[in-house]
Structure formats: C-alpha cells, structure tokens
Write a protein of this length. Structure first.
Lengths: 281, 718
C-alpha cells in the first residue's frame, strides 16, 4: 500500500508545478503595418505602425511606442523615385505620416512602394485604376422630414474589376468619413449603377444620432474612389471587423489579404478619385 | 446386505454433513458419529481453519470480446471519485481510453478525434442529445438505475447507425427486483432518490428524481460566507426524472417502457464581456419509448421498439440593450425492429430502422411580433435503414461482418406555427443514400492473447455544429440537405490484447486511423445568424483525418486494482475556406491523453480511490496581436488554431466508508477531493477588447472554474 501512496504523492508533486502562464507572448511576431495610398492627382501618403501584442494594455501615450517614425519610405513610378518626408499628423492614427512632394498619382499607372525599417525591407506595388464617370448625385427622403439619403450614380468601367469606396465630409468635419459599405465588392456589376449612401447608423441602433445624417442645408463633399480587385479584397474583409460589435468570435473572422511583403502587413493601394459637392435640399 | 445398508447410511450422512456445511457458508463443521442412524447424534464442533481466499477468475472479456465493443463494468465505474461525491459511471467513461473530455467543465466528449456530436448516446434505445448537466459536471443518467452500459469506439456493428464515432448504449433496470428498493444520495449541490419495485411477479416499475438546489441553498450559504453578492445573482439549476416499467406478458414475451425528462436552467444577470444582460438559458432532453421482445424459439427472437426523443434549447438575453431569443430544437420519432437468429456458430442479427426528425436549426432573432418569422424555420427529414450482420465463430477465429444500407430524405422546410412549406422559395427535397459495410474480426492467438482488426464505414445525416465553446449547448442543428452533404467516416482499427500472470494483469495496444469527409464548421459571423434564412449556407465543409495509438494496462486482482490508459493521437482538419486550404490541427487535437485510476480496498468498510488525468491542451483560434488600419482595430491571427491552451491535469481522491446497517438501511459516506493540488485548469479562454477614449485594452483572458473542491455525500439504500 505504502508504495502506491508514494507514487500518488510523487505524481502530485510533479503535476502541481503550476507555472506562471504567459499565453500571449508565445506566438506573437512583430509586423510592420503599412497603410499607404496614392490617389489620382495627389501625392502618396503612407502611415506605418507595429502590431501590439495582446498582452499589452496601451493608452494614448504608450501607443506611440508602436508608431514607426524612423523608416525610409520610397515610392517609384518606374521613371521617378522619391523618398517620402515625414511629420506628425495628430488627426489620424498612426499619428505620423510619410508624404511625397514630387510624384503625383495618375490613373492607369503602377507605383512601387519600398519601406526600410529595423533591418527589414518591405515591398509592394499597386495600380491606380482607370477613370470612371459619376453620372449624378441624387437625394432621397427618409422617415424624418429634415433628413436625406444620398444616391450616387456611377458609370462603371466595364473593362476593369473595380469596387468603389465612397466617403463624405460635411463642412464642419476635418476628414472624410467612410461609408460602412464598399460598393461593388463582388466585382460583378457593370454599366450605370446607383449606390445609396444610407443614413448611418440606422435609427434603431443605440448609437443613432441625428447629426450623422445628411440634414437639409448641409454642404456635403463626396469622394468616390475606384480601387482595384486586390485592394477590394482587403477593404471588403476589413469592413467585417467594423461591423461586428461586441466580441463573441464565433469562429475565425477571415484574415485580411495584405499586399505588403513579409514581415509587413497592410495595404498599399491606388485610387482613382472623383469629388462631388452637394447642398442637401 | 446389512453391512451394505450401514455403509450407504454412512455415505448419506457424510453427504448430508457436506450439504449442511455448504449451506452454512463453511463456517461450521459437523462431526458425524460412526455407525448410527440417529440424526440427533450430529453435534456441533467448532473448528478453526486457515483463511480461505475465494476468488473468481476475472473474465477474459477484453481479450475475447470483439474489437472495442465492451460491456462496461458499471459497478467498477461507480467507485471512481466524482466531483460532487456521487458516482457517475457515464462521466467515468472518459477514463476508459480513447475518449477525451473537451476541457474543464465541458459537456463535450471526443472519441478518437471525433466531434462531440458524433457520439450515439442511447438510453434504453432512445437517442440522447445532451448527456450532461451543469456544464458537464454531472451526467443525466441516474447511476442507481443503470444496469448495463455498452461502449463502442471502433468496430461498431451494423445495428447501430447515424453517428460516426462511438456508441454508448445504456440500459436502465433490466433486472426485475426481488423486493422494493429505495436508494438515494444526499449531496452538496444536488440529491437524488429512486424506487424500484415489483407490483406482481410479472410487472416491475421504477421511478427516480434528481434535483439541484444552488439557488435555494448553496448561493445563500456562499453569500453568508462572504462571496460577492453579485455572483449570487447568477443561478444554475437542473433536474431529471425517470419512470419505467417491465411487464412479462408471457414466459417468452416482454414489454418495457421508459420515460426521461431533464432540464438545465442558467441565469446570468450580466456578462459585461459580451454586453449580455438578463440571460436565461434553459435546455434539456425528453425521451421515451416502449419495447416489445419475443422469443419464438431458443434460437430465434425479435425486438420491436418505438422511441421519441426531444432536445430543446431556449435562451433569452439582452444583447447591446436589445432583447433577443435564441432557440433550437430537435425531435425524432424512431421505430426499430431487430430479429436475432442463433444457428450453429452463427449469430445473425437483422433489422429495420425508421426515423422521422424535425429540427429547428438555430433561431436567433430580436423579439418581435412578426408572425412570418423566417428564422423559425424547421428542417424535416426521414431516415430509413436496413441492416444485416453475422457473427461467426470458428475455433479461435471470430468474424463479425455486416452491412447497413440507408436513405436520407430531406423534406422542404416548414415555417414555425404554420403548415407553409417553402419548397419553391428556398428549399427543396433532397435524397441521399448510404451503404455502410462493417467488418471486424478477432483471432485468439492462445488462451491469453488475441488480435483484433476492424474496418467500418459510417454516415451521419444530422449534425450539431458548435457556435461557441462555453460548455453550453450553443449549437446549430443541421441535416444533410441541398447545401450540406452527409458526413462520413472510414475507420480502421487494430489491436493486440493480452492477459498476464494468470489474468491478474491485462495489457492492450490499439492503433486507429480515421478519415472523415464533409465535416462542418460555422463560417459566418454572429450577425449572419439573424439575417441568413438558410443557416446551412454559412457552414464550411471539409475533411479530416485522425490517427493514433492507445495503450492500456490494468490490474484486476488484489486489494489494489486499477488501470492506466494512454493515448497518443493526431487530429487534422482540412477546409478550403480555413487556413488557406492547408491542413491544421483540430480544436480537439490531443497529442497526449492519459488517465490513471487506482482503487484500494482497505477493508470491508473502507475504500480509497484516486484518479489522475493529464491531457495536452486543446487548440483555439485566437488573435495574437492587434493593429489599426484605416481607422479599424484589426485583430491579427496567426495560423489557424495555433493557440494551445495549457495542459489539462488533475488529481482527485475519494474515500468511501460503509456505515453500519441500521434497520435494513445500507448506506455509505463518500468524501472526495476534486483537483487535489489546485491546478488552475482553464475553463474558458477569450480575448477581451476594450477601446475607449484612446485606451486600448486587448487581452487574452482565461477563466478558471474549479479549484480544490472537497465534497461530502451520503448514499443510502434499503
């Protein structure tokens, strides 16, 4: 009997080593997160940051440790090559921007991006899609008398597989606000199409506020950007993240498709942009 | 002549003496006076003899049995310590090798890499969908009523169908009791009582009830002891009840019936992590059936059974300040007939299996008065199967070969509370056929060792797909349809079984390979459950393969008995839509799974038991880091299921002390210690995301549920 007791005690001693478990660091690999765009008629803009391990709690100060401020960012259009200059941009996250001053985006042209940071070099390439035609911007009634929805009619370029990001800015806003839907994300529409910019969020939603609608009298700038199929896939899946409120992850949310080489992650995309301005009536 | 007569008398007296000795259990010896016929001359002479060790050979059941279909020794499993002191043979099955419990306080059971919904669990022939109460801590089966338990993890014979991985066939109260028996158990969380009695020599009935009392007793007591009163606003209760009868219509005909109803109810006042408030969940099984058996001749008999089985889950919760209802339901009606013929060395069984099912896959919707609610859409299907199998024994060789042929007909869906079929709108009829060959064989190498092999094909037409692994049955019921093909499995298994040292020890090693097709994973988001009319379209389909080896060493004799099981296994999944189509390790992949059971009979009154379990942590798909892009916080996952939970291990001890019999009342005290060395085994792992006003707190969190937990219970019988 005694020997069995000893065996049990022995097993107990081995098993009772209860280490301090650190689940979060294990498996974490640092990535350079790239968010870069070159719009038609504009200089390239690139934001760089690092991913934050899930073990870290960060606040407005400590999050700056994950902002990359000392990278060398180069953009090339095949003829010209430009090293972007950097500065603080507190209106955005990451609050540090790399911006060009020479190369201006042209529709149909391809642009290469090179990011050098911490001994790593990342590459990416994108093409600004060919242009398209905005036919009209209309307005529709809502169940509230003073509020409107906007309807944008676009003549889609049948030869290119593009989707459309539509952003709006009211006069009081400093930045464009994106609509939650990426139009033609299935890349299957053609001809003249009408995309409705719905009041967001819905009136039944708890975060509903009247100011978020287009109110009669508002001056609204509308920015319509055509992006290629690679960028479409990225933004399509990115939209899923913003739509899932709460965090019951029933299963994997599809990982984003990045077009940045390892160990980078993110998107470098070209956009053919059309701007419209309407006064809400 | 006279001399012969006297001799005869002496012999008769000698025989009589031996007979008397036998019926007095060899405790008294009678001395017969020579040459006398006077019975009064037999006088008692007490004589001290050496202690005699009466032992029976432990049957070579596992060596001789076919493949892994084994009758479980229910009484032995009842001795294994359980969480709350009461015995639970069903829960103890997880120590039998090949079965792994999914994790701490989980209701799931995975057999040889199979999913939880692939186990066919039968109570007197009725299917049971959810076999456990209270996050898997108790099984729904009343230990007092269980008479027989058969467990197949491979070589499943043709009479069983519909599930891929295992069969657990439990029979209540097969024996007719000689007298009225009342038995019960008084425990800390719950108590039970059961009655078995005979109305006359032909009719026996039984009834049992078990109830918990957390809200009425345990929580107030904990509040008195100083726990957070907020915690006491949550509650968990369960009950179950059993009724049944056996009626001998004639010497050859028997009718039996059973009814089981049980329910779990969970009330959570608030769960800030998930923005859930006032969550009330209720789920349970209701099963019932009748069985008629008739023996035509000693070699030919038949059994007819009709069973109804229902599982229902209903949840009401406030999520993000809006009331929601979550419902799922599964009802089946099953008629089965079996014919058994024993001829020469053949044991032939053939039969017919007919089932109609009505499923509410998963309804998740805002409370509304909308009568035409498309999410309350029922799936209906019919399964018909014919089977034939022959078990043929010829010397050392035994072959059990059979075939099961079936059809699955999925009917057009039906809307709740209406007879409206939405055939043309969204769903159509769909027919699948299935041929399932089953083969297993045993070869006795000698008296003490055998080889067994099996190759079986299985189909499963109805699945439960898990949404959230929280121990609650938050699952979608789906059946094979125009969108979902039936799941299937090829299972190959082989093993060497040996008894050692005159069967004092047993040893076995088994290897298995399983190849699954059309397994399902939920591929949508939570919001999709509210918007998608055909939830089956949100499922990913893929294949899987699992392989491994199981080792068993067992000691059958002496005061100290016990066994050791070790499984080394791999379990892969491959889905086109997950992990870029590359194979990945499944959630229930357990590289190492071990259990060690020791039972020490100190004396007639006292028994000590120990259980040690160890298993590699299960896998989860959790994010590793986060970043912000285009104003969105994005969680970054590495390879699918690359997060491994900490290893699970635990030691339990229990002490059973038989109290003296008092007025025919037999009783025993069970003192048990669960998780003796207080291992923090995670119950739940999740990621917490709080992002407000520039503060980002995105972390992996773990919840630990059960620390070292002593319990005391009293089991009685009279």
């Amino acid at each position: 009997m005694k020997k069995y007791v000893y065996i049990i005690i022995f097993i107990g001693l081995i098993a009772s080593c209860n280490p301090d478990l650190d689940y979060t660091i294990k498996g974490y690999t640092q990535k350079i997160i790239v968010e870069g765009v070159i719009e038609s008629g504009k200089y390239p803009v690139v934001y760089l940051s690092l991913n934050v391990p899930l073990s870290k709690t960060v606040d407005t100060t400590t999050i700056l440790d994950y902002v990359i401020r000392y990278a060398k960012v180069t953009v090339s259009d095949g003829d010209k090559t430009e090293i972007l200059t950097s500065k603080w941009d507190k209106s955005y996250f990451p609050p540090y921007v790399y911006k060009g001053t020479e190369i201006i985006g042209e529709e149909g042209k391809t642009y290469d991006l090179k990011v050098e940071y911490g001994g790593y070099t990342l590459y990416s390439s994108t093409t600004i899609p060919a242009g398209f035609q905005v036919e009209s911007v209309g307005m529709g009634q809502t169940d509230v008398d003073s509020l409107r929805v906007l309807a944008v009619r676009i003549n889609l370029n049948d030869h290119a597989k593009n989707s459309y990001r539509i952003q709006t800015r009211k006069r009081k806003d400093t930045r464009f606000i994106k609509t939650p839907v990426l139009f033609n994300d299935g890349l299957n529409l053609s001809g003249i199409q009408t995309f409705q910019i719905s009041p967001y969020p819905a009136k039944t939603d708890s975060s509903f506020a009247e100011g978020k609608f287009f109110v009669v009298g508002d001056t609204v700038d509308i920015k319509i950007s055509a992006i290629d199929s690679v960028s479409t896939l990225f933004f399509k899946h990115l939209n899923m993240f913003s739509l899932v409120s709460g965090n019951i992850a029933v299963t994997e949310v599809k990982p984003l498709h990045s077009n940045i080489s390892e160990p980078g992650f993110g998107i470098w995309y070209g956009a053919a942009v059309r701007n419209e301005r309407v006064i809400i009536k | 002549m006279q001399q012969t007569y006297q001799r005869m008398k002496h012999i008769l007296f000698a025989l009589a003496a031996i007979f008397v000795t036998l019926i007095t259990y060899a405790q008294q010896t009678y001395h017969i006076l020579k040459d006398t016929t006077d019975s009064n001359s037999i006088v008692l002479k007490t004589q001290q003899i050496k202690e005699v060790d009466v032992r029976s050979r432990y049957p070579l059941s596992k060596i001789k049995s076919v493949s892994s279909g084994i009758s479980v020794d229910v009484n032995e499993l009842k001795k294994i310590p359980n969480l709350m002191g009461d015995s639970d043979p069903f829960k103890a099955l997880q120590y039998m090798g090949g079965i792994s419990q999914a994790g701490e306080a989980s209701a799931n059971m995975n057999v040889r890499g199979g999913d939880n919904d692939q186990n066919l669990i039968l109570l007197n022939g009725s299917q049971v969908e959810s076999p456990t109460h209270i996050l898997g801590l108790f099984s729904i089966f009343n230990p007092e009523l269980i008479d027989q338990m058969r467990y197949y993890k491979s070589g499943i014979p043709a009479e069983y169908g519909g599930r891929l991985s295992s069969v657990i066939d439990i029979r209540n109260n097969v024996q007719t009791p000689d007298k009225t028996e009342i038995a019960g158990n008084l425990g800390i969380l719950a108590s039970r009582i059961s009655v078995k009695t005979s109305i006359n020599k032909d009719v026996a009935v039984y009834a049992a009830l078990r109830m918990s009392y957390l809200g009425a007793v345990v929580m107030p007591a904990l509040v008195c002891l100083g726990i957070d009163p907020k915690l006491a606003q949550n509650n968990f209760e369960f009950y179950d009840t059993n009724l049944g009868f056996n009626y001998k219509l004639s010497a050859a005909t028997r009718l039996s019936g059973h009814f089981y109803a049980g329910n779990d109810r969970l009330e959570v006042s608030s769960n800030s992590k998930f923005a859930i408030e006032d969550n009330t969940s209720s789920w349970g099984n209701r099963v019932g059936g009748v069985q008629l058996s008739h023996v035509f001749t000693p070699v030919f008999s038949m059994i007819h059974s009709f069973n109804v089985s229902n599982f229902n889950m209903a949840t009401r919760l406030n999520w993000l300040n809006a009331p929601y209802n979550v419902n799922s339901d599964r009802t089946t009606y099953n008629y089965k007939s079996d014919f058994i013929l024993i001829a020469n060395n053949h044991n032939i069984k053939t039969g017919f299996d007919f089932m109609v099912a009505n499923l509410l896959p998963f309804a998740f919707n805002k409370e509304t008065n909308d009568t035409l609610n498309f999410s309350l859409k029922y799936n209906q299907f019919t399964n018909i199967a014919l089977y034939f199998r022959d078990e043929w024994e010829n010397g050392p060789l035994l072959i059990n070969a059979g075939i099961r042929a079936g059809v699955h007909l999925k009917h057009p869906d039906r809307l709740y509370n209406t007879s409206m079929r939405i055939k043309d709108l969204m769903s159509t009829e769909k027919l699948y056929t299935a041929i399932e060959p089953r083969f297993f064989s045993r070869l006795m190498l000698n008296e003490a060792s055998s080889l067994k092999i099996s190759a079986t094909k299985h189909f499963q037409f109805s699945n439960r797909v898990q949404l959230i692994n929280l121990g609650l049955p938050v699952e979608i019921f789906v059946s094979a349809s125009e969108w979902v093909k039936p799941s299937s499995l090829w299972h190959f298994s082989g093993g060497y079984f040996r008894s050692l040292n005159d069967n004092k020890w047993e040893f076995s090693v088994e290897a298995y390979y399983k190849s699954f097709a059309n397994l399902l994973e939920y591929g949508g988001k939570l919001n999709d459950l509210m918007t998608e009319h055909n939830i089956e379209r949100l499922l990913f389909r893929g294949r899987a393969y699992a392989y491994g080896s199981e080792f068993m060493l067992r000691k059958n004799f002496g005061n100290f008995t016990g066994w050791f099981n070790y499984t080394l296994g791999w379990n892969f999944r491959q889905f086109d839509d997950i992990n870029n189509g590359l194979p990945y390790l499944a959630n229930n992949d357990r590289r190492h799974d071990m259990s060690l059971i020791g039972i020490y009979q100190v004396n007639d009154k006292l028994t000590l038991n120990a259980t040690y379990v160890y298993a590699t942590g299960s896998r989860l798909n959790l994010p590793r880091s986060w970043y912000i892009v285009d104003g969105n916080v994005v969680l970054e996952y590495s390879k699918h299921n690359s997060f491994v939970m900490p290893d699970y291990h635990r030691l339990d001890l229990s002490l059973v002390y038989k109290l003296p019999v008092w007025n025919k009342l037999h009783s025993e005290l069970n003192f048990s210690l669960y998780n003796v060395y207080n291992r923090a085994n995670p119950f739940m792992v999740y990621y917490k995301t709080v992002a407000d006003e520039g503060n980002f707190d995105y972390q992996i969190k773990m919840h630990y549920l059960i620390p070292i937990l002593p319990s005391l219970s009293w089991t009685f019988r009279f």
